[in-house]
Design a protein around this ligand. Structure first.
Ligand code: F0G
Length: 491
C-alpha cells in the first residue's frame, strides 16, 4: 500500500536502506511489565469472557489494542504538571490554565469541562436535539448516536460513497457528501435539522479523515441555511496529520493554523480528552454565548461545578499540556505512522485491511478475512476472539455486535465488519507491532479453521460492552491444536 497520491511525509529522517521506518521522536522512561499467558490459558480466558474482548482481564492480555481511549502514553511534561495542580471546588487556577489554552488553540471564548466525551454528547444532544429532529453526520459513533436517539432525534449518515469502500485510495474517506446534505435539507427543511455533526478522524469507518476543504464546504452550506455545525474533535490529532500530509493546499500550514481555521468554520466543538490531549476528561467549546448558557446549566447538573466538570484537577493539568503537545508534528505523526506501517506490512502479506491507513488503529476487514462466515455469525466478533486466542492481542469488534436491534427486535447488520486494532499513542514498540502482524498473518493462513459466534447473553442497550457469545462449533480447540503443531511450545 502506498500513501495516497500527493501525500507528503512529516518524517524528517531517511534510512540509508530505503526502508520506510516510523522513527520515534521520544524515549521511554517509564515502563510497565507485560506478560503473555500460554494459548491454553488464553482459551480459558476468552471463554470466561463470553468471547467478548471487553470482558477480558488485563492480566490475560499481552498487547491491549482495544482502544486508544485513556491509554495513550503521557509525556514527562504532562506528569510534571500533574504535581502542581490547584485543587478547589470553585475558581481553580488549574482550570483557568486549561481555559486559556483552549482559547489560545481554538480561538473560541467559552469552554465547558465534562468527565468524558459521551458526557459532552449527552449535553449537546439534550440542548439541541428535539423529538422529530434529524442530525446529519458523516458517520455515527456508538455513544453519539445513542444520545441523539435517546433525545428523540434521528441520525442520517451522509458520508461520501467511497467512505464505505474498504479498499480505496481516497485520501479523505471521512468527507461529507454535499449533495446528500443538500438533499436532506430539501426533504426535511433546515428547521428540522438539529445540527450537522462532523466527526473528525471518523472512528467507525477506520479512523478515516475529512479534508479541510470539505469542512469549508459543509460550513458554507450550513451557514446559508442557518444550521449549526457541531464538530466531534476527539480524533483531531490524527486528522490534523492527514490534512497536513494529504491535502496539498495545507502542506505549508502549521497544525495550529489548521486548528484555528477548523474552529472558525464550526459552532460547537466537543471532544473526549481520553483521546485528544492524552489525558482523561472532555470538553465543549463554543463562541456562542447563547449555546454556552444553555449547556452550562446541564454541566453543573450532570458533571460538576464549572471549574472541574467531573475531571480530576490533575488530569486537567495534564490535558492543558497535552493539548499544546498536539500542536507538535512529531507528536501527531507517531500514531498514524505506526498504523501506516502495520497496514503496509499486512497488505503486503495479502491480509485484508482498511486502506488507505487511517488514524486510531489498524482495521482488519473481517468480511473478507472470514469470507466463509455469514454476518449472522458475527465475523468481526469471531475474528476478535480468534486473534486474542492465537496472540494475546486484544482488539475491538466494530461490526454487527456493536450495532443494536431495531424497534421490532430484528438485527441491524453493520455496513462493515471490522476488527479494530487500536494503536494508542507512543505506547507500543515496532517489535510489538511486528509480533501482532506475524500472528495476524498466521491466523490468515489458518482462517478456514475459524467458525462463528452466537449470543448467549444479549443486553438491550450497547450490547457489545457486556454481551456474551459462544462459538457455533468447537472451532477454538482446532485452532489451539494447529497453533501447537506449528509453534511447538512457544507462547
Ligand atoms: N466521539 C468519538 C469519535 C469517539 O471515538 C468516542 C470514544 C467518543 C466520542 C466518546 O468519548 O469514550 O470519552 O466518552 N471512543 C472510544 C473508542 C470509546 O474506543 O473509540 P468517551
Amino acid at each position: 500500500m502506498h500513501p495516497p497520491a500527493g501525500a507528503v511525509s512529516m518524517s524528517k529522517v531517511k534510512f540509508f536502506s530505503g526502508e520506510n521506518v516510523p522513527l520515534e521522536m521520544h524515549k521511554v522512561r517509564i515502563v510497565q511489565k507485560l506478560t503473555l499467558p500460554p494459548i491454553e490459558r488464553r482459551l480459558a480466558a476468552i471463554q470466561e469472557a463470553g468471547n467478548n474482548t471487553f470482558l477480558l482481564k488485563n492480566r490475560d492480555i499481552y498487547l491491549d489494542m482495544l482502544t486508544d481511549s485513556g491509554v495513550n502514553a503521557m509525556s514527562d511534561k504532562q506528569l510534571g504538571a500533574m504535581m502542581e495542580a490547584d485543587d478547589s471546588y470553585a475558581g481553580s487556577e488549574t482550570f483557568s490554565k486549561l481555559q486559556d489554552k483552549i482559547r489560545d488553540i481554538f480561538g473560541m471564548e467559552y469552554f465547558l469541562p465534562v468527565h468524558q466525551g459521551r458526557a459532552a454528547e449527552n449535553i449537546v444532544s439534550k440542548v439541541f436535539v428535539r423529538p422529530g429532529t434529524v442530525v446529519p453526520m458523516n458517520y455515527h459513533f456508538t455513544t453519539s448516536k445513542a444520545h441523539i436517539v435517546l433525545n428523540g432525534g434521528t441520525v442520517e449518515e451522509i458520508l461520501i460513497d467511497e467512505g464505505l469502500a474498504v479498499t480505496s485510495t481516497h485520501p479523505f474517506k471521512g468527507n461529507i457528501d454535499l449533495d446528500k446534505l443538500q438533499a436532506l435539507i430539501n426533504t426535511h427543511g433546515a428547521d428540522t435539522i438539529a445540527y450537522v455533526r462532523l466527526e473528525t478522524g471518523t472512528n467507525l469507518i477506520g479512523g478515516q479523515p475529512h479534508s479541510l476543504q470539505n469542512l469549508r464546504e459543509v460550513s458554507t452550506l450550513c451557514r446559508a441555511h442557518g444550521i449549526l455545525v457541531v464538530f466531534d474533535a476527539s480524533l483531531l490529532a490524527d486528522n490534523l496529520y492527514f490534512i497536513k500530509t494529504r491535502e496539498a493546499a495545507c502542506k505549508d500550514m502549521s497544525l495550529r493554523e489548521i486548528t484555528r481555521e477548523i474552529s472558525g468554520l464550526v459552532d460547537v466543538i466537543y471532544f473526549s480528552a481520553r483521546k485528544l490531549g492524552c489525558a482523561r476528561g472532555g470538553g465543549i467549546i463554543t463562541n456562542s454565548e447563547d449555546a454556552y448558557l444553555k449547556m452550562r446549566e446541564l454541566v453543573t447538573l450532570y458533571e460538576g461545578f464549572l471549574t472541574y466538570g467531573g475531571m480530576s484537577i490533575r488530569e486537567i493539568e495534564a490535558l492543558t499540556v497535552g493539548l499544546e503537545e498536539t500542536m507538535d508534528e512529531d507528536m501527531v505523526s507517531q500514531g498514524p505512522q505506526f498504523i501506516g506501517y502495520m497496514v503496509e506490512e499486512l497488505s503486503r502479506k495479502g491480509v485484508p485491511v482498511i486502506t488507505p491507513a487511517g488514524g486510531l488503529g489498524c482495521h482488519l476487514d473481517a468480511m473478507r478475512f472470514l469470507d466463509h462466515l455469514p454476518q449472522t455469525e458475527y465475523p468481526a466478533g469471531a475474528l476478535a476472539s480468534a486473534l486474542y486466542l492465537v496472540s494475546g492481542v486484544r482488539g475491538m469488534e466494530r461490526g454487527s455486535v456493536s450495532e443494536q436491534r431495531d424497534a421490532e427486535g430484528n438485527e441491524t447488520y453493520s455496513n462493515m465488519e471490522l476488527l479494530r486494532l487500536a494503536v494508542p499513542r507512543r505506547v507500543f514498540t515496532l517489535s510489538q507491532l511486528k509480533y501482532a502482524v506475524d500472528r495476524i498473518s498466521w491466523l490468515y493462513e489458518n482462517r478456514a479453521l475459524v467458525g462463528g459466534l452466537r449470543f448467549i447473553e444479549e443486553p438491550k442497550i450497547l450490547r457489545f460492552f457486556f454481551g456474551k457469545l459462544a462459538p457455533t462449533t468447537d472451532w477454538q480447540s482446532a485452532l489451539v491444536a494447529k497453533f501447537r503443531a506449528d509453534f511447538g511450545d512457544s507462547l
